[in-house]
Design a protein around this ligand. Sequence first.
Ligand code: NOJ
Length: 763
Amino acid sequence: MKILKILSLIILLVNIKSARSQGLATNRMIEQKVDSVLKLMNLDEKVGQLVLHTGFWEFTGPIPDGNRASSEADKIKSGKIGSMLNVVGAMSTYNAQKMAVENSRLGIPLLFGYDVIHGFKTMFPIPLAESASWDLDYIRLSAEIAAKETAVSGVNWTFAPMMDISRDPRWGRGMEGAGEDPYLASKISVARVKGFQSDNLANRFSIAATAKHFAAYGFIEAGREYNTVEISNHTLHNIVLPPFKAAVDAGVASVMNSFSDFWGIPATANSYLQRDLLKGKWGFDGLVVSDWGSIAEIMEHGYAEDLADAAKVSLEAGSDVDMESAAYETQLKSLVEKGVVSMDFLDDAVRRVLRIKFALGLFDDPYRYGNAEEEQKFLLSDVHLKASREVAKRSIVLLKNESNLLPINAEKKQKIAVIGKLAEDKDSPLGNWRAKAVSNSAVSLLEGLKENAGSNLTINYEKGYELTSGDRIFSVNLTFAADDGAGFKNAISLAKKSDLVLYVMGEDALQSGEGRSQVDVSLKGRQVELLKKVLEVNKNVIVILMNGRPVIEPWVYENAPAILEVWHLGSQAGNAIADVLLGKYNPSGKLPVTIPRHAGQIPIYYNYLQNGRPFDKNRDPKFVFWSHYNDEKNSPQYPFGYGLSYTSFSYTDMKLEKDTIGLSDTVKVHVTITNNGNYDGEEIVQLFIRDVVAKPMRPVKELRGFNKISLKKGQSERVSFEITEKTLGSYGFDGNYSTKPGLFYIMIGSNSEDVQLKELTIK
Ligand code: NOJ
């Protein structure tokens, strides 16, 4: 008996060694290696591969059984944990990996997961802000740099990118996504996946990416965190799923499911989403990880009787790895032994985990991620900070610029008043989900401006208001001072004696993010009150909005003469804002979300389905039976795709090469863009389509292309888009994509409301 055991151990070690030494070549080779390891595993070890535990000293959600540091080390050593999250740093990951590789029977290496949402230590703009750049190269670069810093810190798996489409600014997590449009979000998600993973997971600084949260989490009712979801099949296939499908096609290694339910079934236990669509129809062969505790929460949803039931329905529905529910860890073994859960489900899940571990090259070298010297060299390096500044300035959106207040003329002697607590804030620009960012390490707006302004501008600062929580924020993490208005007097007198006022207002970093829903998305505290007083004494006010979600402040939008939306821009925020204020960079960002006029309009988005009684200005406004509000306009404050430049662009001579084509033909549409202002600049040219009569009906506009071009002043460029069957189609109830003959509007413009239109008939 003993000899047999020794013999089998020898075979096993030889097998694993050969699996390691062969390296990664083809997927077929990986499959063979996966099979050979799987054959060696006992039931405990298989279950272990599906267990994902948080590190001993960090957490990002409730811990099921408090104090368990030492037992975790024992579990790693006995192969009962397959992956860790929140164990970060070359030394920590090395130590944990060593326990797995050297002590466990099979020596299977661990995955180390971490939320690297917009940078690891060098912070880039929050994802929503980056999305406003529509600049896929820079977005990819930002993920690439985050991956490099993450990889040298020992982490090989990130829980990003989030690709939940959201139409609701009340939801705090919109800051993590790419906005409201499925086409833009698909392109951005792929850029992020490629940035993290490169074209080969085995590359030196590649880490496995995670498409999350599958699916429809961004549609939680009333924007209240973790709430139920109620969406149509149409919305699922055409709005929610496209970014995930694009990420899967681009080879994303893992998918995280969602806390929410879908069609009455928690996403974590949803076979339709995970088995039928993701793993079935789309052929996804990576791993599906649960969200934190989402398997156990199925009981709370009222979908599972107990933890065993929750484990069974989740595994069967395609949730491969259990993050912090202790459900697989405690239940799966006996469920399989009793025959309640088939070994096939278990093996399939284990295969998926091993596949990623092989693809990452961990069997070749379990310690390839994590290098203390490189941590010193790369984290917060000058190159990374420079890249962050480049991405940040491209993420800024110019919303208004009356009387050309911007850019500030730094050649002229001027007294500039900087007012607003957020101007000196070195923390809020880092945004939420800030990984290993050092608190208070961002370049503040004030610092950035002083550093870059030159000698003609005299810059004075008054904080004016306090960043308060108002009386409606209950979150335990926000304990702001009350504002007794003590700072108002000095701010107003500074504004009075200055040539120009930069009024900085917005949100603290932690007002958006997970668990940060708000019913009221106007600005808290007395910021607007002070702005009104400042405008009474000085009309030359530039408002700088620093926030993590679309903010509803109609008075500000209507009365401030100039407005820059700068979001939370990361480590280099102040420098990037200064670049734009001083005209060293001409703003080019466009909104990836609609900004409502009023919270009562939510959800408001550009790609809506037309109703039978659309309100139209040519119709009698006194007649009430149109789709409208009696007390507010239908239109948004700012539409999707909107953003100005210091220069102006004209769109002329739009031409569709043919007005009728066959279904499989292609046709080009052209338009001439001319920079007829006084500055060189970039413009994001947007292509929308409408399938005019369709069954089921299609939205009034759908983004199907964009092109970011750079034009010197006075220069013109002919921009072309190719329209194919793929450009015009949509997903049906069966989740299949098709294009049907009929009349289409082809629209090109500078935003979703400002377009020119040609008709195209598909025969
Ligand atoms: C819960 C969040 O929903 C998810 O996005 C994140 O990756 C996990 N916590 C881990 O921190």
